[in-house]
Design a protein around this ligand. Structure first.
Ligand SMILES: [Zn+2]
Ligand SMILES: [Zn+2]
Length: 218
């Protein structure tokens, strides 16, 4: 069962048009100095084709949901659907995370572009630095806001997230940027199982609890 560019419209263009004008106004940094935030208007937006590549080409979406559920519960063993060798459902939080990177067309394109066709996305030469380097994540967080417009950094500074939660949530966003080269208050794509595993292993939860991509936003 492959994800392909051919069907379903679960990711629509209006989901990605989120940037609002106030994000471009001057704001004060923690130390009181003014800076102009990165202008999201300048970022390329994924084409319809790219966005559609993330949706499923199954005739029956309900059937696909069932397949994901069976993967999540282990009824379908990981070896039957993961072909990148790095997926594991042990720390998956929901069925939507039970997708192998090699089922995502965009992953194939990205890896092919760097002449690593067929390799797992976590073997992308940028993955470690972009998604797992804490200093990169700290800096990247300065530009990130939740769907509700709150700064990731501020939420962390206010003690509303633990450090590992904060780093994981930034890493999920960084992963999306590594694949799609755009960001903003746009549609959040679920990550493939292998990427969740690598990120959660790098930034272990203090209490063993993990949140999915969308659940992380408030
Ligand atoms: Zn896999
Ligand atoms: Zn993979």
């Amino acid at each position: 069962m492959m994800l392909s560019a051919s069907s379903s419209s679960s990711i629509s263009s209006e989901d990605r048009s989120g940037s609002s004008s106030d994000e471009n106004s001057e704001i004060l940094d923690d130390d009181g100095t003014a800076f102009v935030p990165y202008d999201e208007e300048l970022e390329p937006v994924a084409t319809e084709e790219e966005a559609a590549a993330y949706t499923l080409s199954v005739a029956n979406e309900e059937e696909w949901e069932l397949v994901l559920q069976r993967r999540f519960t282990g009824e379908l063993e990981v070896g039957t659907w993961c072909t990148c060798s790095n997926c594991s459902v042990n720390i998956a939080t929901k069925k939507e995370e039970c997708i192998c990177c090699k089922e995502i067309d965009r992953v194939g394109e990205v890896m092919e572009n760097i002449e690593r066709a067929g390799d797992c996305i976590t073997l992308h030469p940028g993955f470690q630095d972009v998604c797992l380097n804490r200093w990169v994540l700290e800096v990247a967080s300065l530009n990130l806001k939740t769907k509700a417009g709150k700064s990731y950094r501020a939420i962390f500074n206010q003690g509303r997230k633990t450090e590992s939660e904060f780093l994981r949530s930034v890493s999920y966003r960084q992963f999306t940027r590594l694949l799609w080269e755009f960001t903003g208050s746009s549609k959040r794509h679920p990550l493939p199982c292998c990427a969740y595993k690598a990120i959660r292993t790098a930034f272990l939860s203090e209490d063993g609890q993990y949140h999915g991509f969308e659940d992380d936003e408030s």
